[in-house]
Design a protein around this ligand. Structure first.
Ligand SMILES: CC(C)(COP(=O)(O)OP(=O)(O)OC[C@H]1O[C@@H](n2cnc3c(N)ncnc32)[C@H](O)[C@@H]1OP(=O)(O)O)[C@@H](O)C(=O)NCCC(=O)NCCS
Length: 184
């Protein structure tokens, strides 16, 4: 069952740059809970911790180190103390250091309300300010929520890579999207 609802009631949330503010333990716990929820895990291909406690301590360390981490940027969508979702920009290495990969997870209770789209729009502004030239999204081909959010924010479809991903005993096609930051 999908949590997606197309209820477009505007959510008046704030977007926080995690490097500019201390992220509280309660907020980190909410982030770990989002990442650990079955609805979100279904779409993630990266390694996830097997317990929520391990997820929480991993994120605690991540946020502790974040300020001096040059390769990562994090934006958090929040309303009245509730974390709606978060986005991570990871810089690629060496000759691709001008490229960032975009990862997002939104609290399943708030899917379909524009949280991902707004996080991506803010990430584009952030990326422009730190010299990024290209943003990339890579996801499971059936992930229409992510595909639509990327398209909403102006990303272009780039490729389908058949059976590139192996997850939970099944092969999946991967799709990639990109957005170039044009020079003015
Ligand atoms: C993918 C994800 C980030 C989208 O977040 P979201 O806040 O619901 O996205 P938005 O509300 O900005 O929706 C973007 C568009 O996709 C549509 N959409 C969202 N979820 C959808 C779904 N499950 N099926 C079909 N369409 C969907 C929305 O209607 C919207 O389209 P619209 O602007 O034409 O109305 C969220 O579903 C999620 O956290 N998924 C699990 C983790 C994940 O897949 N991360 C990406 C891995 S790279």
């Amino acid at each position: 069952m999908s949590n997606f609802s197309n209820d477009k009631k505007a959510l008046d949330f704030e977007i926080i740059n995690a490097k500019n503010r201390v992220i509280s333990e309660d907020e980190i716990r909410q982030i770990a809970e989002i990442e650990h929820s079955a609805e979100v895990k279904k779409w993630l291909v990266i390694h996830l911790e097997d317990t929520i406690e391990k997820e929480y301590s991993g994120y605690k360390q991540f946020f502790k180190d974040l300020k001096k981490e040059k390769e990562a940027e994090v934006l958090i969508a929040r309303i009245n103390g509730i974390i709606l979702g978060f986005l991570v920009l990871w810089r690629l290495e060496d000759y691709m250091n001008h490229v960032v990969s975009v990862g997002i997870s939104v609290n399943p209770n708030y899917w379909g309300k524009g949280v991902a789209t707004q996080l991506i729009n803010s990430a584009i502004t952030l990326a422009k300010g730190i010299g990024v030239k290209r943003l990339e999204v890579e996801t499971i081909a059936e992930n229409w929520g992510m595909r639509k959010a990327a398209e909403n924010a102006g990303f272009k479809f780039e490729s389908t890579k058949p059976k590139r991903l192996f997850k939970d005993g099944k092969y999946y096609d991967e799709v990639t999207y990109y957005l170039l930051i044009e020079e003015n």
